[in-house]
Design a protein. Structure first.
Lengths: 500, 148
């Protein structure tokens, strides 16, 4: 009988005094656990914020592990997963975008633009909203308003810190860059001019943000369209919603529990071809600088390769410009297939060394195919258009495919939360409905009795008919209570599973 | 807050390479807000009409669809009295690879092919299904009355 309508249990005059006494104790225990959970959440949020800072020392193949900041919001992807994927070269690094690009720019024009690039888009502090809490003017603030305030203060603190950290990282980058340009001292993580030019010489436009990036962008698994990592991490499932009735009769509110069960959360469709369960593949360029490679400072063109290249025809009349372009194309050829398993580092370096010798283009390509598990996809490596190298689509489960759900794994929890929220609401509504039935019945028979009296009378009612209807209502209430606790249990289990 | 490059570029391209029968001009004081006109497609009951719309690009654009609304009164089963439009690409089927240009083209196409089976304006849809000729006549009258 403990879980009859919420309204009555809460009312101090109710007949369930036992429960009322017991509840504060359980609340204390709960709040302790909750506090711990809150602390853990805060720690995670802090880590998330730190992961979003672009630091020039953390670079892979010429760019970074955190987004440039084209999007102000929606950075709630799993930063640890994405950083890991970039380091393993399974996802393109967050390249710094060029706002414009003209392929007729000379090297020095391009370079001067590249050198002016910042680590992060300028941040404005204005987006810290200063909305006042509706409870601000009340003398006694509710616990929830205190919590809201605390939460807001924490959020403000986080964004202030993130701005400060980013500013520090930026000024360090600028300082080290200018020091190494003046030739006083060189920093291993300041990229060489050759590296910058190699990356951006054939920049391509991301079809979603319209900014220019090095040509080795991620490719959609289905229709082989390029997409930059920053746009990719923005994609996520819509909030759980009822299924769109495809011509079916609209659901009436009669069965709200069913609606809760029916809530769906669908995988993201490909923005280009609308194929379900969007994912990308990435084939890293043959650069191997930064984490897991050599310092970006030391990257330079490999002129020897060119002389041995059968395609260049070796004429002495070939200008240096031509050689540079050819070597650049070589560097931007994919080092391995889209299967996402990077070749062992040692092979990469030995490959570099042999390239200094007499390895021809074809040879290095065949080495690559040997390295990869999936040689069928390396076949057309010689195509210099890296963005179109893979042909045909891959299933979402193929190795090397990074799906949206992989970097936004929280959708399952969200769906469950939404379901249980809706179920709880409908259960509460049913309970309310049931209790109002009692109310109506009683009201018609004893107009002047108070609710308190009613509740006493209910327990020792002598009227058989009345009693029957009460028991049936009580049964329904107990049913609802059972349903609720089952839901809670399910939720708890899922949470535990997710933790593991 | 500065305007994302994408919005700037889309606006430039809308001006430099306009879609026939469609204009979209950003507001001076808010470059995310566009005044739009769409000419009624020929062969439709809206032919000869010039329909005004407003279009707003939310902060999350292009991850979220633009918000579009008819300002001119129109008799159409998928457009309600407030000018709201029932169109899949404005809701669940929005994709960040779509653009202002493509959305406006979709709306123009919706004028050519009303879909009374997925109605927003129920009465109009009923009329469209039970007495199509009469519905088309009303749509033509409204076009002459309101969309000139």
């Amino acid at each position: 009988m403990g879980n009859t309508p919420a309204k009555e249990t809460r009312s101090p005059s109710g007949s369930f005094s036992k429960d009322n006494v017991a509840s504060p104790k359980s609340l204390v225990g709960l709040s302790k656990r909750k506090k711990e959970r809150d602390r853990e959440k805060r720690r995670q949020k802090e880590q998330h914020m730190l992961d979003l800072i672009v630091r020039y020392q953390e670079n892979v193949d010429g760019d970074y592990l955190a987004p440039y900041g084209n999007y102000k919001d929606g950075l709630n992807y799993k930063t640890d997963v994405v950083r890991e994927l970039i380091i393993e070269r399974k996802l393109a690094p967050f390249y710094t975008p060029l706002e414009d690009f003209d392929e007729n720019w000379t090297d020095s024009e391009l370079l001067s633009r590249l050198k002016r690039l910042k680590l992060h888009a300028p941040t404005s502090e204005s987006f810290l909203d200063e909305d006042e809490d509706p409870d601000d003017h009340k003398i006694h603030q509710s616990a929830s308003s205190m919590r809201r305030k605390e939460h807001k203060a924490f959020k403000r603190h986080l964004s202030e810190m993130s701005i400060k950290f980013q500013r520090d990282a930026e000024s360090r980058f600028t300082r080290d860059k200018s020091v190494s340009e003046s030739g006083i001292k060189s920093y291993p993580n300041i990229p060489s001019d050759d590296l910058l030019l190699t990356l951006y010489r054939n920049a391509v436009e991301c079809p979603i943000c319209f900014l220019y990036y090095p040509p080795n962008l991620n490719l959609s698994r289905c229709c082989v369209q390029p997409i930059c990592t920053e746009c990719f991490v923005q994609l996520k499932r819509l909030d759980p919603h009822p299924p769109h009735d495809e011509g079916a009769a609209p659901n009436t509110s009669s069965d709200s529990e069913k609606i809760a069960e029916e809530l769906i959360s669908e995988p993201v469709n490909c923005p280009f071809c609308a194929m379900s369960d969007f994912g990308v593949t990435y084939s890293p360029p043959n650069l191997w600088t930064g984490i897991g490679g050599r310092p970006p400072r030391d990257f330079n063109f490999i002129p020897h390769v060119i002389h041995e290249d059968p395609e260049t025809n070796q004429g002495p009349s070939r200008s240096r410009e031509y050689q540079r372009k050819a070597s650049l194309s070589y560097a931007m050829t994919k080092s391995h297939s889209a299967s996402g398993t990077p070749p062992k580092k040692s092979t990469i370096f030995s490959e570099y060394r042999t390239n200094q010798g007499q390895k021809s283009f074809e040879d290095s390509v065949s080495i690559n195919s040997k390295n990869s598990d999936n040689s069928s996809q390396t076949k057309n490596v010689e195509g210099f258009d890296p963005a179109r190298r893979r042909r045909g689509s891959l299933p979402a489960t193929a190795p090397g495919v990074i799906t949206v759900d992989l970097i936004h794994p929280d959708w399952e929890q969200k769906l469950l939360n939404a379901k249980s929220k809706l179920a709880r609401r409908s259960a509460a509504a049913t309970a309310l409905h049931a209790s109002s039935l009692i109310y109506d019945r009683d009201e018609s028979q004893h107009t002047y009795t108070s609710r308190l009296e009613r509740s006493y009378r209910r327990s020792d009612s002598s009227n058989g008919n009345d009693h029957n209807s009460h028991t049936s209502i009580e049964e329904r209430m107990i049913e609802e209570a059972l349903k609720l606790s089952l839901l809670d249990e399910e939720e708890r289990k899922l949470k535990e599973r997710l933790k593991r | 807050m500065s305007l994302p490059k994408r919005i700037i570029r889309e606006t430039e391209r809308l001006v430099s390479d306009p879609v026939p029968g469609i204009t979209a001009v950003p507001h001076e004081d808010n470059l995310r807000y566009f005044n739009v006109t769409i000419d009624g497609p020929s062969g439709s009951p809206y032919e000869g009409g010039k329909f005004k719309l407003e279009l707003f690009l939310p902060d999350d654009y292009p991850m979220l669809a633009p918000k579009v609304r008819f300002l001119t009164k129109i008799y159409h089963p998928n457009i309600d009295r407030l000018g709201r439009i029932c169109l899949d690409v404005l809701k669940a089927n929005w994709s960040p690879a779509l653009q202002v240009r493509t959305i406006l083209l979709s709306i123009q196409a919706l004028l050519s092919s009303p879909n009374p089976d997925d109605p927003l304006a129920n009465e109009v849809a009923e009329e469209w299904k039970s007495n199509e000729q009469n519905a088309i006549k009303t749509a033509r009258e409204w076009t002459e009355r309101f969309a000139q």
